[in-house]
Design a protein around this ligand. Structure first.
Ligand code: ZN
Length: 81
């Protein structure tokens, strides 16, 4: 079975909050909640960042997933819709 975690990653590493695969930070899109999910392409917005990889499935699930985590639900739980 192929391991998804790549230990050779260099620099800051973040986890896609949907698929939980680790990527280099700049391979993920950072989103910050500012009344709506706002992509933070420059990684400069204040507040907690929520990271999503470029996978179509992840991008589709991200808003719901991120909203659940933001409300304190979904940490450690997978309640996919
Ligand atoms: Zn992902």
């Amino acid at each position: 079975m192929k391991k998804l975690v790549n230990n050779d990653l260099q620099g800051p590493v973040r986890t896609c909050m949907v698929c939980r695969v680790r990527f280099q930070k700049h391979d993920l899109t950072r989103h910050v909640w500012r009344g709506e999910w706002t992509p933070d392409k420059a990684y400069i917005l204040p507040g907690r960042g929520y990271y999503c990889c470029a996978g179509e499935a992840c991008k589709a699930k991200f808003p719901k997933r991120a909203a659940a985590v933001r409300k304190g639900k979904g940490e450690g739980k997978r309640d996919e819709a």
